[in-house]
Write a protein that binds this ligand. Sequence first.
Ligand SMILES: *Cc1c(COP(=O)(O)O)cnc(C)c1O
Length: 368
Amino acid sequence: MKKGRRNAWAVQNMKWEENIRRVVPYVAGEQPNKPGMIKLNTNECPYPPAPGVQKLAAQLDCDRLRLYPDAHTAPLVEALAEYYRVKPGQVFVGVGSDDVISMAFLTFFNGKEPVLFPDVTYSFYDVWAELYRIPYKTCALDESWHIRPEDYKQPNGGVIFPNPNAPTGLLESLDRVEEIVRANRDVVVIVDEAYIDFGGVSALPLIERYDNLLVVQTFSKSRAMAGLRIGFCIGNEKLIGYLNDVKYSFNSYTMNLPAQVLGVEAVRDDAYFKATTARIIATRERVKGELKELGFTFPDSSANFIFASHKEIPAQKIFQALRQKDIYVRHWDKPRISDYLRITVGTDGEMDRLIAFLRDYLAETKRE
Ligand SMILES: *Cc1c(COP(=O)(O)O)cnc(C)c1O
């Protein structure tokens, strides 16, 4: 083929690029898999799922995989409704809370005014807003990393924030959450409670009084099932109805059968769930003291991670040193937070190794 002709062909074909939905994707924490590594970078639970889940997983009848799963995820919806004392019609289940929140953006955020969320927060919100072409505006957290409810009293097309917030770990009081929900009765307010089980007070009781409130939770952190991808939200039946209409217009069979079956079992074992979260909270509080002794400062976390900054050594440098030792934490090269590390709370043994390494590393680095 002649050169000129090939170019013309290429240029002509590039026209399709004009109609591309261009997005800058969310960047998830890396998922290394090395023997002996300490993985404290994506807020997973360091303990296995409930014993009943492990047992059921081993007994799973593979013949059932020939068939489509229950499109309505009814047993899991019912188990969650019973556990949280709401009606099944108030529960929506999705493939991780990422799926739930993405569906909620598509369903509820269709106004002309911008959707509001904090400047420092879960970095998926702006990605979904861009993907669905939803206008949005961020509101700066105050100097102590708290949400300012006044910021959410301006004209808007909806509100979303995590409580506790990520990556700060800071919990807002239920009064503050209610203040924001009450000030926004004409739009939907989504409270992303991915970390609420680590000592926070859930906004769930407020759904009886506020039909514009949607509370989102996940099995990925406190229920030790990130690998199965289960998330859910609870709200007014009308909200859930609209969410279902969009979901069934998108893909009916999103949640696979093993996730549905094992999810129900995880909800049943409440004692294990409470024991595991209590253990993580105890480890977190212990590690806060040790990090403080080593010269770290951090907002007082109510989540399963600590957002820590060192007084003398840059976060990026500590991040690299840890990584070389196969200790993975999270660091963002972003405004306001580039001097912080988000450290997931692992087992006591893992945290002991982290602290021991940091103690030696900081002593050495300061001497240099
Ligand atoms: C982890 C996380 C999610 C998503 O979790 P899923 O695994 O998709 O359930 C949502 N919001 C926040 C704030 C999170 O940290």
